[in-house]
Write a protein that binds this ligand. Sequence first.
Ligand code: HSE
Length: 420
Amino acid sequence: MVKVGIIGVGTVGESVARILEENRDIIRARAGKEIVVRKGVVRNLSRERGVNIPLCDNVDEVLEDPEIDIVVELMGGVEEPYEVVKRALGNGKAVVTANKALLAYHRYELQEAAGEIPFEYEASVAGGIPIIKALREGLSANHIESIRGIINGTANYILTKMMVEGADFEPTLKEAQELGYAEADPTFDIGGFDAAHKLLILASIAYGIDAKPEDILIEGIESVTQNDIAFAREFGYTIKLLGIAKRVGAFVELRVHPALVPQREMIAKVDGVMNGISVIGDKVGETMYYGPGAGGDATASAVISDIIAIARSGKSSPMLGFKRPLETGLKLLERDAIVSKYYLRLEVADRPGVLAKVSEVMGEQNISIETVLQKPGSGESASLLLATHACEERAMREALRRLFELESVKERPVMIRMEG
Ligand code: HSE
C-alpha cells in the first residue's frame, strides 16, 4: 500500500481524493498497489469539503508522518511550498506537485534536493495533457527544435470569444473567472506570467535552460482590440497567446506574447479554455498535444498519473530528464536579438504625408513593410495597419519609440508578433 498526504485540498486536491476512490480498481491494477490518502492539510478546517479524507491544518502532520510515502503539494505560491517540498524531500518522501510558479523559480534547486527521490510534476504544465512525460520520456531521442504552446486556458478563452463573438475584453475575463480556470490573481493569466512559468519548465526539459521569468520576454493580451482582430481575420490569421521556445543556432529564445497565427495551422484551431502544444523534434518532426489545461478532474488526472508512476517503481526519472548540467551548450538568446515578423496598429491623423513619415521611420531601422491597410477612424483620424518582414526586436522597439514621437501618431502604437 502507498500512503499519500495532500497539502492543499482545494478544487484539484478534492478531485485527486475523489478520483482515487472512484477509479480505485484501474488505479490499483496500474500501480500494482493500493493507493490511499492518509491525510489532507487545509488552512481552514471549518470549511466544508467535498471529500471524505482525514483533514488537519498543520503541515507537520504530513511532513513528519513516517507512514506517508508521497507528499502531494497543491498549496500554490512559491516560497512557502518551496520550504514545504524541501522538508518533504529531506524526510525522504516522494513529491508530486502541480505548482508551476514554484518550478519556474526553483526547479533546479529542487532537482538537486530530490537526488534519487522521486519528484514528479506532470500537472504543472497544461493540466491534463501529459506534455512533461511526452517531452521527457517520449521525445528523449530528439534534439528539440521548437515548442509552441497555448498553455493558458483563461487567455485563450478571452481571445477566442473576442475573435468568434466580437466580445469585449473585460466582461469576457469575468466569464473566464467564473469558469474557475483563472489564477487567484488573473493578471498572471492575461499578463502572460502563468504561461511563462509553464514555458520555463518545458524549456528546462527540452534545452536545460536555467532561466527565471524575469529573464524572458513576457507580454500579455491586455492591449488586443477588435481592430487587431479585424485585421487578423481579413488576412487569414487568428490571435493566440503563445509560449515559444525555439532553438536558434547555439541559442534558445524564450518568449510569451500574443501572436498572429495563420488560421490553417493546427495550433490556431485550439479554442476556448483548451490548451495545445506543438513540439518539433529533429527526428520525429512535429507532434501536437491537445486537451484541457486546467480544471479539477483534468489536473487531478495528471497528479494521479505521477502518484501511480511512483507507486509502481518507487523511482523516478531524473526530475528534469537529465542529471544537471545538461551539456547542450545552449544559451538563452537576449530579448533584443529575437527575430520576428510584426503587425503594427497606428492611430494616425488622416492627412497627406503621414504614411511617408511612417515608412521613413521604418526604413531608418531597416524594417521592410510587407502589407499596409488603412481603416477609417472617427473624424480626421485613421487606423494604419502594417505587417512587416522579419527584423530584430531591438529595431522594432526603436521604430515604435520613434513612431510614437511623430506628431501625426495619436496613440501609443500597438504591436503584435506574427508566427508562421
Ligand atoms: N490559470 C491557468 C489557465 C490554470 O487558465 O490555464 C492552469 O494552470
